[in-house]
Design a protein around this ligand. Sequence first.
Ligand code: SF4
Ligand code: SF4
Length: 158
Amino acid sequence: MIKAIEYFLEIIRGALVTSRHFIVNMWFHILNLFGIKTKRKGAVTIQYPEEKKELAYRHRSLHRLLKRDNGRPRCVVCQLCATACPSECIYIEAAEDPDDDEFQKYPATFIIDLSRCCFCGFCVEACPEDALRMDTQKIEIAEYNRRDLIYDLTKLTQ
Ligand code: SF4
Ligand code: SF4
């Protein structure tokens, strides 16, 4: 019997929390409707995925590798990004660039395993060539298979 009363009280408590949020939100929306500016705004439900929230300019989204004019990645395989990465999810293999005197190396393999990435942005900060950015504004990168989250040169330079 005591358990039943406890459960009932929990239901009442839950209903009160929901009602409080509803009334507070409604209050802010009403103030907004009458043009009264408040520090806090009423919560708005976004009908995702039909409706999408605009991301902040500096939001760290899916990585991309920038290219030089000759189409090769801007990366000079210094490995700084891989060293800075706390998740150890960047793997790069260098190759000798036969056409370019200035940049003697280019990445023959450049892999980011996004299943391990924590989107900290350290790799972007570490890059001295501004070759790696996280400004694609793509955040919908979920896959059914972990292997599909391994991004190679082709996917990173798209
Ligand atoms: S964002 Fe962070 S975790 Fe992801 S690849 Fe870059 S350094 Fe590694
Ligand atoms: S830090 Fe930049 S230049 Fe160096 S390996 Fe990474 S992407 Fe390439």
